[in-house]
Design a binder for this molecule. Structure first.
Ligand code: NAD
Length: 480
């Protein structure tokens, strides 16, 4: 897709369309506007839903032999692989992330389509024995129209995460892209289009959350909501879903902790800290935002994490710097405000806590707080920036109580080489997934999601597919 003017359109019902308004997109590394995109309103949402309904009613995806859907998903994956190098610079620039990470997002997106292509023809029901008088079986039917709301931190990856299983199961999908980082997703739409996705099976529309997003989730003709984003927005969306009692998947925020025991391998730990909190400038729902460290090694770990934070090369994502800007001025202000509050509440600021003086864009220094206690907001509240809070502990029980001591439950981690401690920790930590000796261990094959305020439902892995189908039981009396 060549686009010399850098103005982008929405993809509705198989067509590229403008809207009455446009949205400017800025470059977080400089703050300068460099592109624009059509900004959808309620009328655009209505058009997308009408196209999706036509697609669902036609049965083009739901009634075909499932291997045809598998082939379609494989073709989409191949198209995504072809465009990864071209789409990555746009995604990196609009989002602030590194070029390498932006390229990886497209490759991960391709993997989602390959993975769920492998499942499209294996969505098998059960035969349930009821004795000689009956034949009973279950079938999985697509839910219909899946409305999906995507956040800005990994827009291409997260879009593919829900889109691929939904299509594999035979649904039509409408995605509302995030208003500050929608451009990479237009490349994803073009890959789907080129692969021959039927008209109406996918619309990707950009617009404000309170306009296009709200209109989509309140639309009376959608059958399901998949939301990834903040807790406050998720709760609003759930109220709307409750009006029509439609099912939803909620992937919300986190305040995840790594528990570090004295036998932890320091190189493994530091490599995990680097990825866990400084990758994508800390804007990861499952970021390692808290480090709970046994007192025997506490001073050493604080010193080494500080050294790591100070060694990171701050710079432009296009240059693949270690620490890139956060995605918006608003996000930068929020992170800096939370750092100021942490200081006011008595946390020890060891390094960072400010915007680097020599940079124009939305940068935040790699920040380490030590001696953080459970009453402090930096211990309980999601920052969504490159900020880690370190707390000492004396006993295993205390460590798990601290780890579980927030309203969130997305991920948790443990660093130890003792098998029995690992097993106790994996039971004691209240979270949707537990990483042992490597933060972010797992992959698209492993179920992902939260408990408590981190949400419900699972994405990724085989389990996710069953969010996109309804089980129907058919009971047949065969005797007179
Ligand atoms: P956000 O809630 O502000 O926005 C998310 C999306 O919701 C955006 O597309 C936005 O336009 C839309 N939206 C906003 N108001 C809406 C409304 N009233 N109706 C419908 N849609 C609306 O979140 P964000 O700032 O984009 O993302 C950051 C948050 O997302 C963090 O809390 C992070 O932890 C969370 N997150 C969670 C996961 C996960 O898998 N659990 C992944 C990424 C991000």
């Amino acid at each position: 897709m060549t686009n010399p003017t850098n103005h982008w359109q929405n993809y509705i019902g198989g067509h590229w369309v403008d809207a009455e308004q446009t949205l400017d997109i800025d470059d977080p590394a400089t703050g300068a506007v460099f592109a624009s995109i059509a900004c959808a309103d309620k009328n655009d949402v209505d058009r997308a839903v009408a196209a999706a309904r036509q697609c669902v009613d036609s049965g083009v995806l739901s009634d075909c032999r499932p291997v045809k859907r598998a082939e379609l998903l494989q073709r989409i994956a191949a198209e995504i692989r072809k465009i990864a190098d071209k789409g990555a610079p746009l995604l990196a620039r609009e989002n602030g992330k590194t070029l390498n990470d932006a390229r990886d997002e497209f490759l991960i997106a391709a993997r989602y389509f390959e993975y769920y292509a492998g499942m499209a023809d294996k969505i098998e029901g059960k035969s349930i024995p009821l004795g000689a008088d009956y034949v009973d079986f279950t079938v999985y039917e697509p839910v219909g129209i899946s409305a999906q709301i995507v956040p800005w931190n990994f827009p291409v990856d997260i879009c593919a995460r829900s889109l691929a299983p939904a299509l594999a199961a035979g649904n039509a999908v409408i995605v509302k892209s995030p208003e500050i980082s929608p451009l990479g997703m237009t490349w994803l739409a073009s890959a789907c289009h080129r692969a021959g996705l039927p008209e109406g099976a996918l619309s990707i529309i950009c617009g404000y959350g309170h306009e296009a997003g709200a209109a989509l989730i309140a639309h009376e003709d959608i059958d399901q909501i998949v939301f990834t984003g903040s807790v406050a927005t998720g709760q609003n969306i759930l109220r709307s879903a409750a009006e029509r009692a439609i099912p939803s998947v909620m992937e919300l925020g986190g305040k995840s902790a790594a528990v570090v025991f004295p036998d932890a391998d320091m190189d493994q730990l530091l490599s995990s800290v680097k990825w866990g909190i400084f990758f994508n400038a800390g804007q990861v729902c499952s970021a390692m935002s808290r480090l709970l460290v046994h007192r025997d090694i506490y001073d050493d770990v604080v010193a080494k994490v500080t050294e790591l934070a100070q060694s990171l090369k701050v710079g432009n994502g296009m240059d693949n710097a270690d620490l890139t800007p956060v995605a918006s001025a608003r996000q930068q202000q929020q992170v800096l405000r939370m750092c100021d509050q942490a200081v006011a509440e008595g946390a020890r600021l060891v390094t960072g806590g400010q915007a680097p003086a020599d940079r124009k864009g939305y940068f935040v220094e790699a920040t380490v707080f030590a001696d953080v206690t459970p009453e402090m907001s930096i211990f309980t509240d999601e920052v969504f920036g490159p900020v880690i809070a370190i707390t000492p502990f004396d006993s295993e029980e205390e460590a798990y109580a601290l780890a579980n001591g927030t309203d969130y439950g997305l991920v948790a981690g443990v660093f130890t080489h003792d098998l029995t401690t690992t097993m106790r920790a994996s039971r004691a930590l209240k979270a949707g997934q537990v990483f042992v000796n490597e933060w972010y261990a797992g992959g698209i094959e492993t179920p992902f999601g939260g408990i408590k305020l981190s949400g419900f439902g699972r994405e990724k892995g085989q389990e996710a597919l069953y969010s996109y189908v309804n089980t129907k039981n058919v009971a047949i009396r065969v005797s007179k």
